[in-house]
Design a protein around this ligand. Sequence first.
Ligand code: NDP
Length: 241
Amino acid sequence: MFNGKVVLVTGASSGIGEATALAFSAEGARVAAGARRAGRLESLARTAPGEVLTLDLDVTDQESVRAAVSATVERFGALDVLVNNAGVMLNGPIAGADTAEWTRMVETNLLGSMYMVHAALPHLLKAKGTIVQISSTSGRVASAYSGVYGATKFGITAFSEALRQEVTAQGVRVVVVEPGFVATELISHNTDPTMRALARDMAAAMRTLQPEDIANAVVYAVTQPEHVAVNEILVRPTDQT
Ligand code: NDP
């Protein structure tokens, strides 16, 4: 059904991005997989059933973003789907926070995904393609200790709705996916041990989502007929209140 389509996934070296790249590959897509950890991307390319182009991509670097999009189009001749997934979550109290972590979250989650859209949009307009923005339940409900992470995800929602209004008449679909708790490496980057412990306790108290659960939602949205725009998908673990 998706044979030959070209899908670029950011943050494809682990978790949701890796599962999404594999899921599209299984659907017959040609996949461009971007992230900073080249070794992880190489093993993804070896595991995937179809053709995978690995991209040395840092979404905070506009040059790197432009080069990744160009390399994808050069190799595959088009770009049909952008999955804007790369992200970091560095939670903790606002008072006394290390603001370098705020900068990193805003640059990666928000600006990085905007740079990707900017670079990919001319090709997506040509292909009447689809943009999938990986937001979060934190993009719908704010909560203590994830103020900046939540702000980046609320920001993605605002940007995505503006984008949708600008491009939908030209046949480009915008999908916002909002996962609840997914078992990935995301929480391991937290520098605050209390936050890591909190996340570990949360995970132990529920059947968390697996990255493949989100990949399934992304593939569902993207493979709908062209006149159907699935604009928003919220997927929580059944056990998450
Ligand atoms: P992971 O930590 O497993 O994956 C994050 C990915 O982002 C990695 O592939 C990492 O690759 C990449 N990344 C980080 N910084 C950069 C950068 N500067 N440039 C390019 N790639 C980068 O976590 P998840 O799979 O959980 O996270 C994926 C997305 O899902 C994130 O946007 C996250 O906010 C969102 N999400 C996750 C939830 C969860 O519970 N896990 C819930 C809701 C949303 P590398 O380090 O190799 O560059």
